[in-house]
Design a protein around this ligand. Structure first.
Ligand code: AHM
Ligand code: MG
Length: 342
């Protein structure tokens, strides 16, 4: 029997991929690869719980006990704890920061500190869980700036262009991990039968021809005139043959993931002055910067409407920014509309 062999035959685990990427940097020590692997393992544990989300009513929710008398945690709390417990003792991190915590999360005194900081949104879009809609984990990794000892706030407040790695995990109809260390964007699908993330989407590039625009159009009346005109432009009010379909899940990772693969733009603009969302809703460190890093690595672009997201120097852990992310031309066009109204 002759077996046909082609590239498609190759099965690449995420672990192997981390180390293959690492080998392109002769000075690398393996700490980053191991840290990424710890994130992947956290994701598998979280995925094993998101698939059981609908059972919370039966088995108990936070503050209640389940039928076995165990305290059951809400999924976002569970995701937060899982990532923390996987990473607090490894000696790879100087500190962590989570969207769920107000300040930086120090490494306990009894464990060594390391050279990176891990910034994460443990379960973005968690309000969607009750409706069985995809949710995601977003992560960002920086090299620490301080020399040694406990990590500092400044180690976490770094701009996106200084990211060492970033990625997300989408808990959807299947679980996927998508990441970049600055050498392209690569996607892995979890095979739940063997518990491994396997390379399924090597070298993702945003398609040149966009399909979708994604925005919460229910808030349109609160946007500036330029934003309204831009949205009309995307819908077909242009002479460039662009006429996009609207898709909006309201779960950032899922919206971003779809547009990364299909082409398009996601935006969450600022609302009028005095509004609670006058500076947007999404957070620079936990959401905008890591996804901007991925978008640029996939040939796209992300902006706050005026400047690249990756150039913004953060001033606070929970700082919010307007976000326009996706195909470069579409994001540039949004900047143009916003510039014109100034
Ligand atoms: P969260 O961090 O509290 O989960 O909120 C972020 C979510 C994103 O996933 C999503 O893009 C956005 O909020 C949706 O907001 P809205 O419901 O205003 O459209
Ligand atoms: Mg979030």
């Amino acid at each position: 029997m002759t077996v046909e062999r082609s590239f498609a035959d190759k099965i690449v685990t995420i672990e192997r991929h981390f180390f293959e990427q690492q080998s392109k940097f002769p000075e690398a020590t393996g700490v980053l690869s191991n840290l990424l692997y710890d994130v992947a393992v956290s994701a598998k544990i979280i995925a094993s719980h998101t698939t059981r989300a609908g059972l919370a009513e039966i088995l108990g929710t936070e503050g209640k006990e389940n039928m076995h008398g165990d305290e059951v945690q809400k999924l976002d709390t569970f995701a937060e704890r899982t990532i923390y417990r996987m990473n607090d003792h490894t000696g790879r991190l100087a500190a962590m920061a989570s969207e769920e915590e107000e300040g930086i999360i120090p490494i306990p005194d009894n464990y060594p500190t390391g050279k990176y900081v891990l910034i994460y949104d443990p379960l973005d879009g968690s309000s969607n869980i009750d409706f069985n809609v995809s949710v995601g984990t977003i992560f960002a990794i920086h090299r620490r700036k301080s020399k040694e000892g406990p990590g500092t706030l400044e180690d976490c407040l770094q701009k996106g262009s200084d990211l060492v790695a970033a990625g997300y995990i989408i808990y959807g109809s299947s679980t996927m991990m998508v990441y970049s260390t600055g050498q392209g964007v690569h996607g892995f699908t979890l095979d739940p039968r063997v518990g491994e993330f396997l390379l399924s989407h090597p070298n993702i590039r945003i398609p040149a021809k966009p399909k979708y625009y994604s925005v919460n159009q229910g808030y349109q009346h609160r946007w500036s005139e330029g934003m309204q005109r831009y949205t009309n432009w995307l819908q077909g009010d242009n002479d460039q043959g662009i006429s996009l379909s609207l898709r909006y899940i309201g779960s950032l990772v899922a919206d971003f993931h779809r547009n990364l693969l299909a082409g398009g733009i996601f935006y969450y603009p600022a609302e009028g002055k005095g509004s609670k969302k006058a500076s947007g809703k999404l957070r620079l460190l936990y959401e905008a910067a890591p996804l901007a890093f991925l978008a640029e690595q996939a040939g796209g672009y992300a902006s706050d409407g005026h400047n690249p997201i990756l150039d913004i120097e953060p001033t606070g852990l929970h700082q919010r920014v307007p976000l326009f992310i996706g195909n470069r031309d579409l994001v540039k066009k949004a900047e143009e509309f916003l510039r014109d109204e100034q």
